[in-house]
Every structure is written in structure tokens, then in C-alpha cells.
Design a binder for this molecule. Sequence first.
Ligand SMILES: CC(C)(COP(=O)(O)OP(=O)(O)OC[C@H]1O[C@@H](n2cnc3c(N)ncnc32)[C@H](O)[C@@H]1OP(=O)(O)O)[C@@H](O)C(=O)NCCC(=O)NCCS
Length: 164
Amino acid sequence: MDSTKLRAAAKSAPESGATTGVHVRAATSADLGQVIAIDAAVTGIEKVDYWYELFHRYGTRTLKQRFFLVAEDNSEILGFIIGEVRDWEFGSPPCGWVFGLNVKPSVRLGGLGTLLLETICDGFRRAGVDKVRTLLARDNGLVMSFFRSQGLMAAPVIALERNL
Ligand SMILES: CC(C)(COP(=O)(O)OP(=O)(O)OC[C@H]1O[C@@H](n2cnc3c(N)ncnc32)[C@H](O)[C@@H]1OP(=O)(O)O)[C@@H](O)C(=O)NCCC(=O)NCCS
């Protein structure tokens, strides 16, 4: 499916995220090979152990607060999103956090990132929260543009770090 069709499908998508040809669903272990390949193509690092561990924690959905979703078209994984509801982290009321999002470069700008984000936000709403947050690298203009286009604004928290 090309970007134009994806965009049209995403815009007409019902809230479930199911679209003609593109289906957003929970990841299974059989998807991991394609997920790892997308991540490796984008980041240049193949992190097999990391992804199996992440799937163990988020993909099996032992808690209804954790989400590892993939967008699939004819058995081809086109993108994924990972997040969870975190309760009272640093005193904040429970809210949804997105901490992994990737769309295959060949199908970007077709609405797939929007579809993935909307689908995980539906899951967060069902889990009872009314806010979504994410963290991104300060110099990642692409991801910043995407999240701003989805209505996310600067949060009333800041990240701190030091060398160990
Ligand atoms: C960010 C990303 C998920 C967007 O996916 P996508 O399927 O292209 O997103 P959409 O088509 O739904 O785009 C929605 C909006 O985001 C913004 N956007 C997306 N790509 C953009 C770009 N290259 N430049 C500027 N704005 C962009 C636009 O406002 C766009 O709306 P428009 O097409 O009507 O202008 C995708 O580019 C990606 O996977 N990037 C790499 C992410 C990454 O670095 N992940 C690792 C860290 S978690």
C-alpha cells in the first residue's frame, strides 16, 4: 500500500484503528523479526535481546496498562508503537506514556504514525487516563514535528541526568 492510500485509510479510520488493508493489533512473537528489522534499519543497531525482553514485558499484555501494537498490511509489519499507563510516577496522576514509535521509511507520511498513536490513545482511555506523554531527543525534529501535529505540547516536567 502506498502513502496516499495509507493517508486516506487513516483519515477514514474508525476509532478501533482497523482500516482497509491496514490493521493495528497487539504484537505477537511472530512479528518480532520484522519489528527488529524496522528498528535496525532506522537506528542502525540490531538489538535482538532488547526486543525480546520488551515483548516479554509489554507484548504479552499481562496488565491492561501495557501496549505493544503493530500496524500490519497483508502480513507485512509497517510500524509499531509501545507505551504504558504509569501510575503516580513522581507524584503525577496516572497517565499514558509512549516510549517507542517507528514507521517504515517507505510508508511514512501516509497517516500510519497517526493511526498508531490514535490506537494506543484509545487503549489509554480505556485504561482510565485522560493524558498522554512522551519523551524525545531535543534535536529530533522529525519526531517533534510529528507529536506537535498530534496536539502534544511541552509538559510541566523536565528530564534530568548525570554521568555515573
Ligand atoms: C515520526 C513518525 C512515526 C511519523 O510517522 P508517519 O506515518 O510518517 O506520520 P503521519 O503520516 O501520521 O504524519 C502525521 C503528521 O506528522 C508530521 N510529520 C510527519 N513526518 C514529518 C516530516 N518528515 N517532517 C515534518 N512533519 C512531519 C506532519 O504534520 C504530518 O501531517 P501531514 O502529513 O498532514 O503534514 C515516523 O517518521 C518515524 O517512525 N520516524 C522515526 C521515529 C524514530 O526516530 N523512532 C525512534 C525513537 S522512538
